[in-house]
Ligand binder design. Structure first.
Ligand code: SF4
Length: 201
C-alpha cells in the first residue's frame, strides 16, 4: 500500500476538499508568493543545513551517541518511512531523556495543520526506529530559528494521524464524499481557490 506523504496531513487539516482536488482530481496549486524575507530565511537555512549535513550523524549513530555519552545530538534532513506515512524531517534532536522531532515553518504559529504534519513525522519515526525514549514534536520558525510550539507525542496523536490517513485514502480512492470548509478566510487564502468549485464566497 502506497504511503501518504506527511505534508498531505497539513492540507487535510486545513480542508479535506484540498486533498480531494489535488490528489484525486489532479488540480495544480498556485505557487506561493515568496517575500524577500522568506527567500533570505530559506537560503540561510539551506546553507546551514548543507554544512550541518556534512558534519552531523545519521539517526542510528546519533541515537547511540546521545545514549552512550548523555548529550544532545542532532540529525538533519531525516527521511522516515512508517507503515502508512513517509516524509523528510527537518531536524531530529536526540537528548538523553527524549527525542525531539522538529519541523521548520514560515511564520511564528504552530497551526493545526502544521502540528498534524509533525505528528505524522512522529508516527513514521517511531515505527521506523522504535526509540526507547519519549518523542516530542516541535515547530520552529524558519525566519527566526526559534521554537514556536512543542508538545509530547501521545497515543492520541498516533490515533489522530491514523484516522486522518484512513480518511485521506478514502478521499483519493473516491470512497468518500469530500467535505469543504465553510470558512471564507480559509478559502481566500487557499492555494487551490482558483480551481475549487465549492469555495466559500
Ligand atoms: S477553496 Fe475553500 S473549499 Fe476549496 S479547497 Fe480551498 S479551502 Fe477548501
Amino acid at each position: 500500500m502506497k504511503r501518504i506523504p506527511a505534508s498531505w496531513l497539513t492540507s487535510f487539516a486545513y480542508c479535506e476538499y484540498q486533498v480531494y482536488l489535488e490528489h484525486c482530481r489532479g488540480a495544480v496549486p498556485r505557487p506561493k508568493p515568496e517575500t524577500p524575507e522568506t527567500e533570505a530565511a530559506r537560503a540561510s537555512l539551506d546553507a546551514v543545513y548543507e554544512v550541518a549535513a556534512k558534519l552531523e550523524l545519521g539517526v542510528d549513530d546519533a541515537m547511540a551517541k546521545a545514549r552512550d555519552e548523555g548529550i544532545a545530538v542532532s540529525a538533519r534532513g531525516v527521511s522516515v518511512e512508517g507503515a502508512e506515512v513517509e516524509g523528510c524531517i527537518d531536524e531530529v534532536v536526540f537528548m538523553p531523556d527524549r527525542v525531539l522531532v522538529i519541523d521548520d515553518r514560515p511564520g511564528d504559529m504552530g497551526w493545526p495543520g502544521s502540528r498534524m504534519q509533525v505528528w505524522g513525522y512522529c508516527v513514521a519515526f517511531e515505527e521506523q526506529y522504535s526509540p526507547a525514549l519519549p518523542i516530542m514534536a516541535g515547530i520552529r520558525s524558519q525566519e527566526t530559528g526559534f521554537e514556536v510550539w512543542a508538545q509530547s507525542f501521545t497515543p492520541a496523536h498516533r490515533e489522530e494521524v491514523r484516522e486522518a490517513v484512513s480518511r485521506i485514502r478514502q478521499l483519493i480512492d473516491g470512497e468518500a464524499v469530500p467535505v469543504a470548509t465553510r470558512n471564507r478566510r480559509k478559502c481566500q487564502a487557499c492555494r487551490l481557490a482558483p480551481c475549487c468549485d465549492v469555495r466559500a464566497a
